[in-house]
Design a protein around this ligand. Sequence first.
Ligand SMILES: *[C@@H]1O[C@H](CO)[C@@H](O)[C@H](O)[C@H]1NC(C)=O
Ligand SMILES: *[C@@H]1O[C@H](CO)[C@@H](O)[C@H](O)[C@H]1NC(C)=O
Length: 350
Amino acid sequence: MNLLPSGICFYLSVAICWLTAEVDASWWYMGTLGSQVMCDNIPGLVNKQRQLCRQHPKVMQAIGAGMKDWISECQHQFRNHRWNCNTTVRDHNLFGRLLLRSSREVAFVYAISSAGVVYTLARACSQGDLDSCSCDPSKKGSSRDSKGSFDWGGCSDHVEHAMRFSQTFVDAKERKERDARALMNLHNNRAGRKAVKRFMTLECKCHGVSGSCSIRTCWLAMADFRRTGDHLRKRYNGAVQVAVNQYGTGFTAAHTHFKRPSKNDLVYFEDSPDYCIRDHESGSMGTGGRICNRTSRGMDGCEVMCCGRGYDTSRVSRTTKCECKFHWCCAVHCRDCQQQVDVHTCKSQT
Ligand SMILES: *[C@@H]1O[C@H](CO)[C@@H](O)[C@H](O)[C@H]1NC(C)=O
Ligand SMILES: *[C@@H]1O[C@H](CO)[C@@H](O)[C@H](O)[C@H]1NC(C)=O
């Protein structure tokens, strides 16, 4: 069983991690009764979520299947960072504890997960995988952009629908809680959803006499999820530390020199640990054993990554393509070369 998503059990309660783990094996073979039994047995769902789970088992499945994509996007964004979004732990609590905090990293995890649900769902709708949705039905007839008029055609991703479903399902739990942490989660969930919509682009096909493009058919498509990941990573860098206002209804900036957060900003309450050493309580895995770059002055440099503990160097041999020659026409032939490279890994704390 693939344990990768288990770390993300926090989110959507335990639901999706459970789903993802079980899904490949048995989901398809369960009828309606099966989905009812399954949804009833997922711990941690609030009633509203349980109801949606029963009504839309295939949507749940699609979300579960998309989860590894946004986890790997999170890991890509933080690959050079001390905290690297690593969820491959058997001990569910390790990531789980992290998510009990209200740090900037947690804000990012909520936002990207929420964005991931929207993205996955909209894509599943466009691909015709679900009975409950398809392409955006409002994109029909004709319209205009800066280049003139065009006809709607093809399949526009139905992001509005995906955002609505995601909001109803994902936010259901936070809407019940109504405490400071719920406010933070709701805010970051929304920022994540909005990030997907931001990168919708109009794609067009030309028609007309010899490609004159006098007639165009166009559709609105989501950009690659990397764009959303990059965007949210920037928002992480500029995340705003907040406190709840005196009425408990919104935020004020925690420091006077901080701006008030906009709807697109990520917000957090607590300072992050430095993630240098393994610490169960704060959900830090430590950087012992992480690969670092000896010459980099950035976060991936050995000095920063290893927190001054030093590093070990080992020589490994890598196979690369070399002596590539172009043969007329049209092929490139290369040889496999062995190259010795030094790999530096951070020492663990003693
Ligand atoms: C994630 O953590 C596990 C367990 O600590 C470790 O074995 C694995 O190499 C880590 N992966 C990355 C990408 O750091
Ligand atoms: C290490 O960092 C240097 C300087 O930033 C960079 O040029 C180099 O490509 C990096 N090496 C690796 C293996 O990432």
